[in-house]
Design a protein around this ligand. Structure first.
Ligand code: FE2
Length: 523
C-alpha cells in the first residue's frame, strides 16, 4: 500500500517509476535547495526559472540519489503566493545534475512575478523576476545591470548584495561565472598573500569537477541573493573552460608565458569544453535551446525591450580565430590585419547584421565579452610602440572595421563589454567619426581589492584620446536608458577582501542620441 500511495502522489509525472519517488523522499541527508534559485532569459511573456537539487553541494552528484526526482514549481503574481498564476512539475534528472529549467510563457508583460520550488518535502527560497515590456510597446526608460568575472578566491561577492538591492529589469552576465584554476598565493602590494578563500579543486577536467566548481560558487549567499531577485542573461567568457580559449584551441595556460606545448589538442579540448558547457548549462537559468550539443552552445540571441532597446548577445569565443601574434599584450604583427580573420564567425556575423538592419528600437545594445576599442595598452610614455591586447577586437582589424561600419550606419549603438577586470569607457571611432560607445564593466571580485587607478592610468588615458575614463575597483555597471540618453553608472565597492563592503558610484558615462561622444560625470 505504501508503494501505491506514493505512486499516486507522483502520478502526474508520466512514466515515473514508483521506486524512484520512494528513494527520493526521506533519503536526502540535508536541505536540497542549497544552491538557491534563479531566473533568466526574460521575455515579455515569461522567463526561465531554475534550481538544482544538491543537499551536499560539494559531494559527488551533489549528494543526490541517481534517480529522477519530481520538482514542483509555482509562479505567483504576489510575494505571498496567494495568486498562483502557473504551476507544474518537472523532473530533475541525474544526467543534468538534478537541475531544473522551466520555461514560463503566458505571463503578463512588464511586471514582477515570484516563484518557488518544492521537492522531497522541502521548499526553496522565493525567487523574483520581471517580464519585459511587450514587443513593440512604447517604453520610456529601462534600467539593467552588467556584471561578471567572479573569482571565488580573489574576493568576496559583496558587490552582488548591492546589485540585489538595485531596482533592475535584468542583469547581463558577460561570463567568467567560475574560474578553472586555484592558487596557493596571490600577490598584494608585491607580497605573497593567501587567497581570501579556497576553491575545492586545483583544476577542472571532467563534468563532475566542473559541477563542483559551479556548486561551490553558488554556495555564496551574495551571488544567490542577486540571482534570486533579478533575471539573468547569461553568457560565457574564457574561464568557464580555460584562460583565453577560442574555437577548439586551448593555447594558453595560466602561469606559462605564451603557447603551452602541454595544452590539450583540439579534439581533446572539445571533450573538455563539452563537459564545461554541460555544467554551465546545468547551473544557468537559460532556455533549453542553450543545452550544449557536440560541445557547442547557441549563445548568441536577442533581447527586446519594447521599442526602446534591442540587445544582441554576442559570442566572441566559440567561432573566433586563434589570437594572432601568439596572444598576450604585444605590438601588432601582420596577422592582426588578416582580411579573412573572424571574431564572430560568418554565420553569427550574418545573424547580427540582419538583427541590426531590422531596426525599430531607439537603441541597439551589443552585449559581449572583449574590448572593441583598439586601445594602445602601452603605459610607458617613453616607449612609442603601440601595444595591443591580442585577446580583444583590436587584434582582428578586418572584422572590427566591418562591425564599426555597421554601427556607423545606425548611429545608436552601445557596446557592453567585460573580461578586463577594470572599468573603462570610450568612443568607438571609425575614420575620425564617433560611431558608437563602449562601456567596459569591471569584475565582481577578480583582481582583488584594486584601487582607483592602476599605475600608469593617466598615461594610458593620454595615449588614447577616445578613452574617457578608467578605474581599477571591483563592482558592476548599471545602465539607465531612456529615449534621449544612455547613462552607464560605474558602481564600485571599496574592497572585496572582506565579506561586506561599501558601494558608491565612481563615475557615470552619458551618451546622447546624437552620438557625439561619451560625456563623463565623475562621482
Ligand atoms: Fe575574468
Amino acid at each position: 500500500m505504501l508503494h501505491r500511495r506514493h505512486f499516486l502522489a507522483g502520478a502526474t509525472i508520466s512514466g515515473l517509476a514508483a521506486p524512484a519517488i520512494l528513494r527520493a523522499q526521506g533519503y536526502l541527508r540535508d536541505y536540497p535547495f542549497q544552491l538557491g534559485v534563479a531566473a533568466g532569459d526574460p521575455a515579455s511573456d515569461g522567463f526561465v526559472i531554475w534550481t538544482r537539487l544538491a543537499p551536499e553541494p560539494l559531494a559527488l552528484h551533489g549528494g543526490m540519489p541517481r534517480v529522477n526526482v519530481p520538482v514542483e514549481w509555482e509562479v505567483a503574481s504576489d510575494g505571498g503566493f496567494r495568486n498562483i498564476v502557473a504551476k507544474g512539475t518537472e523532473l530533475a534528472r541525474p544526467e543534468l545534475a538534478h537541475s531544473v529549467h522551466v520555461e514560463l510563457s503566458g505571463l503578463q508583460p512588464n511586471r514582477p512575478y515570484y516563484y518557488r520550488f518544492t521537492a522531497a518535502g522541502e521548499r526553496s527560497l522565493r525567487g523574483r523576476a520581471r517580464t519585459l515590456p511587450a514587443i513593440g510597446a512604447r517604453v520610456d526608460a529601462i534600467k539593467f545591470g552588467v556584471a561578471g568575472c567572479q573569482h571565488f578566491e580573489a574576493g568576496y561577492f559583496g558587490a552582488y548584495r548591492h546589485l540585489a538591492k538595485e531596482d533592475l529589469a535584468f542583469v547581463y552576465h558577460y561570463g567568467d561565472f567560475i574560474y578553472e584554476y586555484s592558487s596557493d598565493y596571490v600577490f598584494v602590494d608585491g607580497l605573497p598573500s593567501r587567497p581570501v578563500r579556497k576553491h575545492a579543486f586545483r583544476s577542472l577536467t571532467d563534468v563532475n569537477e566542473f559541477r563542483l566548481a559551479y556548486a561551490q560558487q553558488l554556495t555564496d549567499i551574495d551571488l544567490q541573493a542577486a540571482r534570486s531577485v533579478h533575471a539573468f542573461l547569461s553568457s560565457i567568457d574564457d574561464h568557464e573552460i580555460v584562460n583565453d580559449w577560442v574555437s577548439d584551441i586551448a593555447n594558453w595556460k595560466m602561469g606559462l608565458d605564451g603557447n603551452d606545448p602541454d595544452a590539450a589538442p583540439p579534439e581533446v579540448f572539445m571533450l573538455k569544453k563539452q563537459a564545461a558547457m554541460q555544467a554551465w548549462y546545468e547551473h544557468m537559468p537559460v532556455r533549453r535551446a542553450l543545452l550544449p550539443r557536440g560541445g557547442m552552445v547557441a549563445l548568441n540571441r536577442e533581447l527586446q525591450v519594447g521599442d526602446l532597446l534591442s540587445m544582441q548577445l554576442l559570442d566572441t569565443r566559440q567561432y573566433r580565430d586563434d589570437q594572432p601574434c601568439g596572444d598576450g599584450f604585444k605590438p601588432a604583427c601582420p596577422d592582426v590585419f588578416a582580411k579573412n580573420a573572424q571574431v564572430l564567425g560568418a554565420a553569427q556575423e550574418k545573424w547580427l547584421a540582419d538583427q541590426m538592419k531590422k531596426g525599430g528600437a531607439v537603441w541597439n545594445g551589443l552585449a559581449q565579452q572583449i574590448t572593441m576599442m583598439s586601445l594602445d595598452r602601452q603605459r610607458d610614455m617613453d616607449d612609442k610602440r603601440k601595444i595591443l591586447n591580442l585577446d580583444s577586437w583590436a587584434a582582428y582589424e578586418a572584422p572590427r572595421e566591418r562591425m564599426l561600419q555597421r554601427m556607423a550606419g545606425l548611429g545608436n549603438c552601445v557596446v557592453l563589454t567585460g573580461d578586463e577586470h577594470q572599468n573603462f569607457c570610450g568612443d568607438l571611432v571609425l575614420k575620425d567619426k564617433v560611431v558608437g560607445a563602449e562601456f567596459v564593466a569591471t569584475s565582481i571580485s577578480s583582481g582583488g581589492d584594486g584601487s582607483d587607478k592602476r599605475a600608469g592610468t593617466d598615461q594610458w588615458l593620454s595615449r588614447n584620446p577616445e578613452l574617457k575614463f578608467a578605474n581599477d575597483q571591483r563592482g558592476y555597471v548599471i545602465c539607465d536608458v531612456n529615449r534621449d540618453a544612455w547613462q552607464s553608472h560605474f558602481r564600485v565597492v571599496d574592497k572585496v577582501s572582506t565579506p561586506t563592503n561599501q558601494i558608491s558610484t565612481r563615475a557615470t558615462g552619458l551618451v546622447e542620441r546624437d552620438l557625439t561622444g561619451i560625456k563623463m560625470v565623475e562621482g
